[in-house]
Design a protein. Structure first.
Length: 264
């Protein structure tokens, strides 16, 4: 983990409110593992001092790239950061996806929305090509499809409104593939509801897998406890883990999805 000030090399719109930001990172870049993230201080926010976490989309040639959508004050302000400007960040943070994957297992990637970003980096670091399922509410929410095509991965697309690919949820397409009974290991990143549904399927099919959680964070280094997640333990109990440093990658079956659901 390093604190680094990066120069903006690229910053452009990729459609539907999504943008790609590339920062020089000669110190952080060589340390990056797929699934890790940076904690970025957004210039120009004034009183808003907290950094924002962003999954690492690319790490190459001494630079890192992230994808983000303008959804709040921080990301709207970030969109004004010009090429040649500066932004400081901490990284790489988190545990990352375990590599290499087990032998004789087909790698299966499942992405919802911009959860596709860390999975694109993961695919670039895998020797064996597999299949990727990408889902979104509409065609405008589908990102990085060309990345996987260029890398030679099989691609299945779903949209909830049917504007691209199969109409339905990404788990619908995954169900059809899992029904074939192939030996696989699944890597997933997206909304909690999608991850919970995938986790249940992995347990049902007795398949290994890894889930990347997206939690609100304060410090990003495990001190503030703002991103804790309840998980199962080997002795049948539960405990808390911090998504920023114990995660954001968790094994299939590890997350306690029921915790807090009955609270009122």
């Amino acid at each position: 983990m390093q604190v680094e000030t990066g120069i903006v090399q690229e910053h452009f719109d990729i459609g539907s409110g999504y943008r790609r930001l590339t920062l020089s990172a000669p110190t952080v870049c060589p340390q990056v593992k797929p699934g890790q993230f940076i904690h970025l201080r957004v210039p120009g926010l004034g009183e808003s001092l907290l950094r924002r976490p962003f999954s690492i989309y690319r790490a190459e040639a001494g630079a890192i790239s992230v994808l983000y959508k303008q959804v709040g004050k921080g990301t709207r302000e970030l969109a004004f950061l010009p090429v040649g400007g500066y932004a400081d960040f901490i990284g790489p943070l988190g545990n990352g996806f375990p590599l290499p994957h087990p032998e004789n297992c087909i790698p299966v990637l499942v992405a919802g929305g911009y959860g596709v970003a860390p999975l694109s980096l993961l695919a670039r670091n895998m020797d064996l090509k597999g299949i990727v399922f990408v889902g979104g509410r509409t065609a405008e929410d589908l990102l990085c499809l060309e990345d996987f095509k260029e890398m030679g991965w099989a691609l299945e697309v779903t949209t909830e409104d049917g504007s691209a690919g199969l109409k339905g949820r990404v788990t619908d397409a995954l169900d059809a593939w899992l029904s074939k009974g192939q030996k696989a290991i699944v890597y997933a990143c997206g909304p909690d509801g999608m991850l919970e549904a995938i986790d249940k399927r992995l347990l049902q099919h007795e398949l290994p897998g890894w889930l990347s959680l997206d939690k609100h964070m304060g410090c990003g280094v495990g001190a503030c406890l703002a991103c804790v997640q309840r998980v199962h333990t080997e002795d049948g109990g539960t405990r808390w883990k911090r998504c920023c440093c114990d995660g954001p990658i968790f094994a299939a079956g590890e997350i306690d999805w029921e915790f807090g659901k009955d609270a009122s």
